[in-house]
Design a protein around this ligand. Structure first.
Ligand SMILES: [Mn+2]
Length: 405
């Protein structure tokens, strides 16, 4: 059985895009659809048995009609190729509580063949070309939803972070008892694993983030755990049973995602083995940071052209950082750069400060008291000079107090 695992499509994001004057469509939106098309094409070519999207399908909770339409076209393409699609609700798709309607509800209401929406924890047996597969979907659980579960289980003494893993474990256990071990089974979820690598983005930055331990998946009947939420693709566990992976975002949402490749997992599941293969999506627009130091405006233009010449960044989104001691005409430089790149994400001009002459004798080899005396001697401060004796006396008593401790 061959499964395509993808997540975090964030369709609808318009960062660093150009607006087409005729269609009024943002070009970055098209970049993301192009990436999705590559995966859909691959699934059809490879005659995949199942296509998984582990959450964050749309970037906005209420995506535009255009975005919804275009996404629906891709689903139809898969459905017509006889590839069932499992759609999981992510934090970008949900409307805070499980009972409320999400942007994916429509696919459920229309009962589109081959489309399965996991908008609440549930187990669905999906028929495929290679036989049935049992799919458990655990959508993103927001803290208030977890609180509701918590009330039902009444475990007051546990901290919030601890009971998150507990609740997921309970959910997985409950569904595990319904799993037929003779049929392949996979689990989809949208969450933050403590064991994941976050690159630039750290979940701790988001106060409300819930962490879950990978142990919740151990000793369960599932062969593959297809995760979404962390945008850096990674295999969390390939030797332990089950295989656990984040497929990552399908394109760079911002510069923090520019340093790693984007793609998807193609997973082969046989009776004995699970083989996850990561595939990169080729030809994506690059996000490039160009940093230069320049003496003056001419020097600056010359150095910029060294980076931008030969049309090497004409398709790229660039961030320019210029450091210099002199002043430039920023608008002029911006105009110059814009001729050579696809989009200027940011243009930062940092005025380099001229270093003040340092007091030569100050270093780590002299005692703090000597440093202080030399500092008072060198620095031109009448207050320090007038009160030197008193300052030294106070420092001496402070230092002896520190030593005594
Ligand atoms: Mn996401």
């Amino acid at each position: 059985m061959k499964i395509i695992h993808t997540a975090d499509l964030h369709i609808g994001i318009e960062n660093y895009g150009r607006q087409d004057s005729e269609t009024m469509i943002n070009s970055r939106l098209l970049d993301f659809f192009r990436s999705l098309d590559f995966i859909v094409q691959r699934a059809i070519q490879e005659k995949a048995d199942l296509f998984i999207i582990s959450g964050d399908i749309y970037h906005q909770r209420e995506p535009s009609i255009y975005v919804q339409n275009e996404f629906a076209k891709r689903l139809t393409r898969l459905s017509e190729a006889d590839i069932p699609v499992a759609l999981l609700i992510g934090n970008h798709d949900s409307l805070l509580a499980l009972k409320r309607i999400s942007s994916l509800q429509i696919f459920k209401e229309l009962k589109v063949p081959n489309i399965f929406v996991f908008d609440e924890p549930k187990l669905i047996t999906i028929p495929t070309k290679s036989g049935d597969v049992q799919v458990l979907g655990l959508p993103y659980l927001e803290k208030n939803v977890l609180n509701e579960y918590f009330l039902n289980y009444s475990i007051q003494e546990k901290t919030k972070q601890e009971y998150a893993s507990f609740i997921f474990s309970r959910l997985i256990q409950e569904f595990s008892s319904q799993i037929d071990p003779k049929i392949p089974s996979i689990l989809l979820s949208h969450l933050t694993l403590r064991e994941a690598v976050y690159q630039n983005w750290h979940p701790a930055m988001i106060g409300n983030e819930i962490y879950v331990n990978q142990e919740i998946f151990f000793k369960t009947p599932f062969q593959y755990v297809a995760l979404g939420h962390i945008h850096k693709p990674q295999l969390i566990s390939e030797t332990d049973y089950p295989v656990i992976a984040y497929s990552g975002s399908i394109d760079s949402l911002d510069f923090g995602e520019a340093d790693f490749e984007h793609g998807f997992y193609e997973v082969e599941i046989t009776e004995k083995k699970v083989k996850p293969n990561f595939h990169k999506i080729p030809g994506q627009r690059k996000l490039v940071t160009i940093q230069i130091e320049a003496k003056d405006e001419n020097d600056c233009i010359q150095k910029l052209l060294q980076h931008l010449g030969n049309n090497q960044h004409e398709k790229d989104i660039v961030k320019i950082i210029i450091e210099s001691e002199s002043n430039f005409d920023e608008q002029k430089l911006r105009r110059e750069v814009s001729l050579y790149v696809y989009f200027i994400a940011s243009f930062k001009y940092e005025r380099k400060r001229v270093n003040k002459s340092r007091i030569q004798e100050l270093n780590n080899e002299i005692t703090p008291l000597e440093s202080l005396k030399k500092y008072i001697l060198n620095v031109n401060d009448p207050y320090l000079k007038d009160n030197e004796t008193e300052i030294i006396r106070l420092t001496e008593s402070l230092l002896s107090e520190i030593e005594a401790e």
